[in-house]
Design a protein around this ligand. Sequence first.
Ligand code: PAF
Length: 283
Amino acid sequence: MVVVKSVNELKKQVGRLRDEHKSIGFVPTMGALHQGHLQLVSRCVAENDACVVSLFINPTQFNDKNDFNRYPRTLENDIALLASVGCAIVFAPSAEEMYTPSEMETVFDFDFGGLDEVMEGIFRPGHFNGVVQVVSKLFSLVTPDKAYFGEKDFQQLAIIRRMVQVMIFPIEIVGCPIVREKSGLALSSRNALLSEQERTTAAVIYRTLSESKQLMHEKTVAETKAWVIDRLNAIDGLKVEYYEIVNGNSLQSITDWSDADYVVGCVTVYCGKVRLIDNINYK
Ligand code: PAF
């Protein structure tokens, strides 16, 4: 495995793979790797001749400076983990390597087709602009055949699929199922910021979402939504930011279970100071 920090070195490494007619799979990450990331990487290794992973805490997608500063940084450990699962190239650039100073200060413009006007887009203004900015740059550099994203970031995955369509990237986007702890808590780099007690409390999020799935036969969409929010807010240490039951393709809220064939419940909950997201597939 090679670890490269500069754009030029990455281009050389990718050029070498292309000269050898090797297929390239790509997993973009912000580091602080956990089992969820490693499953993406293992799948990428299995399905491509070479797997490239980026480790870059992208400053332009953090609307909250404190969140950026608090984000876990575990570069050495991440590199060791990636070596153990068969990754070929790690790209770990600095912010200066990725952006000009003006790019760091201007909001990247993109036509989201409305996908950014709901859920995370409302509570994290500019977040998805930064995600599209960095992922489009990474795609141009790595030129992967396939790129792997977790379904935990449900809205992000929908936006990446749109980005590939709009920007005509010849890349297959592979969505991968959420990986959970035994307790049901969705794996996330942010879980490292939870205390032991908060970790136990946070497990209620998935339990509640799962229970709500049983209710959909007897309750309306509005009643189910209210039930989830009330149940979570009743737990000491949890505070719901939003819970939306949406059409899984358009991300628009539904009002009746028959409004869409693909229905997903998306939640963001503060557990203490840590912002956690999760989702459940109703149908
Ligand atoms: O999901 C993430 O970790 C990030 O948003 C991504 C896709 C690596 C872009 O910085």
